[in-house]
Design a protein around this ligand. Structure first.
Ligand code: S3P
Length: 166
């Protein structure tokens, strides 16, 4: 059984994919994103799964995809931002090197815009971001072995910060 070198957790839009790919290049390892795994396996977008099936069904699909990737992948892994809502997933992350990429609400609104096209931010993004961060911050902090603040940073600076905390 293999385990990821580094798991990147944090909210959508924080830059897990961009930072993860740059980090993988710098470390000479592979990169895997569980949203991509889900889209490939399901043959439809994440937004379509939310609309067609609702969030609880998506979370079940996501849980299976994350557990599979945790068991198979030995490079950089970026699970979807909501995957830490699941207690079994949080338990699986214990003992792994998990970096929480954090950002504050205003940074989140700036990065994703007010018209996000994301299912969880479709109504009132600023309010929804605030609620989402309040509900999840402690979960991200709970699984993280290191926290890297990304506010105002370009992806390459974030990569340097991640490498510095490893
Ligand atoms: C979600 C994050 C998204 C995607 C879905 C739900 C969340 O992934 O799985 O839109 O609940 O935070 P990214 O964090 O990769 O954008």
């Amino acid at each position: 059984m293999t385990a990821p070198t580094i798991v990147l957790v944090g909210p959508m839009g924080v830059g897990k994919s961009t930072v993860g790919q740059l980090l993988a290049e710098r470390l000479g390892v592979g990169y895997r994103d569980t949203d991509d795994d889900i889209v490939a396996a399901e043959g439809r977008s994440i937004a379509e799964i939310f609309v067609d099936e609702g969030e609880p069904v998506f979370r079940g699909i996501e849980k299976r995809a994350v557990h599979k990737a945790l068991a198979e992948h030995d490079g950089i892994l970026a699970p979807g931002g909501g995957s830490i809502l699941d207690a079994d997933t949080r338990a699986l992350l214990a003992g792994l090197r998990v970096v929480y990429l954090s950002m504050d609400v205003e940074e989140a609104v700036k990065r994703t815009g007010l018209n996000t096209g994301r299912p969880l931010l479709a109504v009132n993004p600023r309010k929804q971001w605030r609620e989402l961060m309040e509900a999840r911050r402690h979960l991200y902090e709970g699984v993280a072995t290191a926290v890297v603040a990304t506010d105002g940073c370009a992806a390459c600076q974030v990569v340097d910060r991640v490498l510095a905390v490893l």
